[in-house]
Design a protein around this ligand. Structure first.
Ligand SMILES: [Zn+2]
Ligand SMILES: [Zn+2]
Length: 335
C-alpha cells in the first residue's frame, strides 16, 4: 500500500510499504478520508528527524479484513479513534479513553497512523459510522468536532452566551461551528484573515485580529463592557489564554483546548475576585458519540470546515499548504 512518511522537518514522502494484516481483534480499515491535524504539524512535521510511524490520527473508512473480530465485519463503515486504550481502567470504563491509565499506543504517534491507504486498528478504537455521515465528515469527529463539543458541553454553552474562540485553526473553527449550533453568539480571534473569514462563514458574528488591535479592549467594546460568558482557547498562545481570563465575566468559564506548555495567570484577579472556572480537554468521552452523531443529523455543517482535499500521493503539498495557515481542515480523500 501507499503511505506517508515524514523523513525530516518539512520533508514528506509517499512510499510503498507492506499491507497490514488483521490480527486477533485488530482489523484492517481502508482509509476513505483522513485529516491533517495541528498536532501533526507541531508534533511531527516541523520537528527534525525521521518519524518511525506513519502519521495521522483522524480518519474514517471501511473494514476490509478481519481475523477474530468480536464487533465489526468486512464492509462496516467506521470512524477511528487515535487511542489504543486498555479498556479496563476506571477512565476507559467511563469512556475517557484518551486518558487511559495504561495506554498501549496512539495511532500516528507511537504506532502507525492513518495517512495511508490501509491501517490496522484495534476494534476498541473504532466507532460505527452511520450511512448518513460521509467519510470526509466522519474523519472530523475525533478532533475538530468532538473535542470542542465536549469542552463546550462542560461549559454548558447555550443560546444566552457570548463565546470567545481564541485561535481559528481547525480546532477553533470546529469550536465556532459547534458553539453557533448550540445557539451562542460567537466572537473569533485569529491573526490570519483567511481563518477569520471562514469563522464568519461558519456563523461567528464578529472576528478580531490580535495583530491589529488590543483584543481585550475590542471585545469589551463588542460586549458593551460585559465581557465573555464562555471562552475556548484554541490557539496554544499564552497571551490568548490571558486575554480569555481577563475577558471572562464573573462566574464565567474558560476551556483550554489547544496544547501549550505554559501560561501566566493572575490568580487574584481571575479567580479570587471573579470565581471563573477553568477546564481543559483533548478528546470527547465515548458516551458523547451519540450526541455528536445526532448533531450531524440535525444539520451541523461539518463539511464547511474542509477547505482543501488531496489524494494521498500529494501528501507533501497537503502538509505544506496546511502549515502555511491559509486553510480550514485539509484532508486526504480519493476525491
Ligand atoms: Zn488531531
Ligand atoms: Zn484504560
Amino acid at each position: 500500500m501507499r503511505a506517508v512518511k515524514l523523513l525530516d522537518a518539512r520533508r514528506v514522502e509517499v512510499r510503498d510499504v507492506p499491507d497490514p494484516c488483521p490480527e486477533g481483534e485488530e482489523v484492517v480499515v481502508r482509509i476513505e478520508a483522513g485529516a491533517i491535524c495541528g498536532s501533526d504539524l507541531h508534533g511531527l512535521y516541523e520537528r527534525p528527524g525521521e518519524k518511525l510511524c506513519i502519521p495521522g490520527h483522524e480518519a474514517a473508512g471501511v473494514v476490509v479484513a478481519v481475523d477474530r473480530p468480536r464487533q465489526f465485519k468486512v464492509g462496516d463503515r467506521v470512524c477511528a479513534l487515535a487511542f489504543n486504550a486498555c479498556g479496563q481502567c476506571d477512565l476507559c470504563r467511563a469512556g475517557y479513553v484518551a486518558y487511559c491509565r495504561a495506554m498501549r499506543a496512539v495511532h500516528g504517534f507511537s504506532r502507525d497512523g492513518f495517512h495511508a491507504e490501509l491501517a490496522r486498528i484495534p476494534e476498541s478504537a473504532l466507532l460505527s459510522l452511520p450511512e448518513a455521515i460521509s467519510f470526509e465528515e466522519g474523519c472530523l469527529i475525533l478532533d475538530p468536532v468532538g473535542t470542542p463539543y465536549h469542552s463546550l458541553q462542560r461549559m454548558g454553552v447555550n443560546a444566552v452566551h457570548t463565546v470567545g474562540v481564541f485561535g481559528l485553526g481547525p480546532m477553533g473553527l470546529g469550536a465556532v461551528l459547534v458553539a453557533v449550533h448550540l445557539g451562542a453568539r460567537v466572537i473569533g480571534v485569529d491573526p490570519i484573515s483567511f481563518r477569520r473569514n471562514l469563522a464568519r462563514k461558519l456563523g461567528a458574528v464578529e472576528t478580531v485580529d490580535p495583530a491589529a488591535v488590543d483584543v481585550v479592549k475590542r471585545i469589551r467594546e463588542l460586549t458593551n463592557g460585559y465581557g465573555l460568558d464562555r471562552s475556548a482557547e484554541c490557539s496554544g498562545k499564552p497571551e490568548a489564554l490571558h486575554a480569555a481570563l481577563d475577558l471572562a465575566r464573573p462566574f464565567g468559564h474558560v476551556a483550554i483546548i489547544a496544547e501549550s506548555a505554559q501560561a501566566t495567570i493572575r490568580p487574584s484577579d481571575h479567580f479570587n475576585r471573579k470565581e471563573i472556572l477553568l477546564s481543559g480537554s483533548c478528546c470527547f468521552p465515548l458516551g458523547e458519540y451519540g450526541d455528536i452523531i445526532r448533531m450531524y443529523a440535525v444539520g451541523l455543517r461539518v463539511r464547511d470546515l474542509i477547505t482543501h482535499r488531496f489524494p494521498i500521493e500529494q501528501a507533501a503539498e497537503a502538509y505544506a499548504v496546511f502549515a502555511e495557515g491559509n486553510t480550514g481542515k485539509v484532508i486526504f480523500t480519493h476525491g
